[in-house]
Ligand binder design. Structure first.
Ligand code: HEM
Length: 362
């Protein structure tokens, strides 16, 4: 009892706490998504995400102390209270799963890692928060925006930063190697779930085609004005002679470093007679047999690899055989599997984000 009244005395004003939570949740979602999808280089984002997440934890302690009586006394409930309670549960679960993954933990649920659970819970909190705001949003008053509130919320931010540094030290001591994207080495997560390589077979949403008959398969290489041509599997193997040691970093939360072998995409385009030297030739799009696709700026695409093998072994079906894109420094979901078409484009392809969610569905 004495503890909770001390907590109340230390707390910034209610509206200041609520608005700080709102800003912090928006920042956590933005930094988390940008780092996880690889939209922006994750190095700084991941620190910001961790600090903001831990600051939310501190803010929620004050918030829960304030509303505890309202929630525990059913007589004080109104129509919006169940949603608030659900939000509390989802927010705490998102925070706990994030910290647990960050210090090296993982409790997989089917094919989903704890990182997937953390991302899912964080995204689930957004619509619930919007409903909560609809019922409860109040504008801050002048006293809410005082020097005292700023100092207290600043103090929480400093505490969040210190705990973040501490959690990084814990992971370092435990020998867990987490990349800035949040991914861990496969060996720490999976023992068996692999096919033709020492890393798991995963696909973004619904892509799961039948194994491809290499004797029937052809690769179309298309330029802007009808130039280009078709290649059989044997032609592609004959052209293959390049190698990249590159990190496949999957959004499920694992990474693997492999020696990928195949054809440099620049050589593939040149050999097919596709002219990438004009001002109009800006993007190269890689299209899978499932319709899944991704595009890279032409200079980056030329240095990427269309891989047919790993360490001398033919690329297995699950890993995208006959041929998959290897785009170093990009996230795994951009390394298109089962490529059947490589095409030069004038424009980027914004619809590719939507296609990653729906390709593979009949
Ligand atoms: C993850 C974020 C949040 C969680 C987990 C959360 C949770 C809760 C809970 C459990 C209650 C008590 C039940 C009720 O009165 O409905 C509550 C009340 C309330 N919340 Fe939130 N909330 C969050 C974010 C926000 C934000 C961003 C705002 C406004 C900017 C806000 C404003 C309010 C208000 C005004 C109340 C009424 C109670 C009071 O003022 O003491 N909440 N919230």
């Amino acid at each position: 009892m004495r503890g909770s009244s001390r907590l109340r005395r230390l707390a910034p004003p209610p509206r200041a706490v609520d608005w700080a939570i709102l800003v912090a949740v928006a920042s956590a979602v933005a930094t988390g998504l940008l780092a996880w999808t690889g939209w922006l280089p994750p190095a700084l984002l991941v620190d910001l995400h961790g600090v903001v997440g831990l600051t939310i934890a501190g803010l929620l302690v004050f918030k829960f102390a304030r509303v505890a009586r309202r929630v525990l006394d059913r007589g004080q409930w109104d129509r919006a209270t169940p949603i608030s309670v659900l939000l509390g549960i989802v927010a705490v679960a998102a925070l706990v799963s994030g910290v647990f993954w960050g210090v090296g933990g993982n409790v997989p649920i089917g094919p989903w890692t704890t990182l997937n659970a953390h991302v899912g819970l964080g995204l689930l909190a957004i619509p619930i928060l919007l409903v909560h705001l609809r019922a409860r949003l109040r504008l801050p008053s002048r006293t809410d925006a005082s020097r005292r509130s700023a100092l207290r919320i600043g103090g929480l931010l400093v505490a969040g930063t210190l705990v973040w540094r501490l959690s990084e030290a814990v992971t370092a001591v435990r020998g867990v190697t987490i990349r800035d994207t949040g991914s861990k080495p496969t060996g720490e997560l999976y023992d068996t779930e692999t096919e033709g390589g020492s890393f798991p077979v995963t696909s973004w949403v619904a892509d799961d085609p039948e194994p491809i008959d290499r004797a029937e398969w052809t690769l179309t290489v298309a330029g802007l004005d009808g130039d280009g041509g078709e290649m059989a599997y044997g032609d592609l193997l004959a052209a293959a002679g390049d190698e990249r040691r590159a990190t496949l970093d999957c959004t499920s939360g694992w990474y693997t470093i492999q020696n990928w072998e195949g054809v440099r995409v620049g050589d593939l385009l040149d050999e097919a007679g596709v002219d990438t030297g004009t001002e109009e030739a800006r993007w190269v799009r890689f299209v899978s047999v499932t319709g899944y696709r991704w595009s890279l700026p032409v200079a980056e695409a030329r240095e990427a690899l269309l891989s047919t093998a790993i360490d001398g072994s033919r690329l297995a079906h699950g890993h995208g055989g006959p041929a998959r894109l290897v785009a170093p420094e990009r996230r795994g979901f951009q390394w298109v599997k089962w490529v059947e078409r490589v095409e030069l484009r004038r424009d980027p392809d914004p619809a590719q984000w939507a296609v990653t969610l729906v390709s593979g569905f009949d």
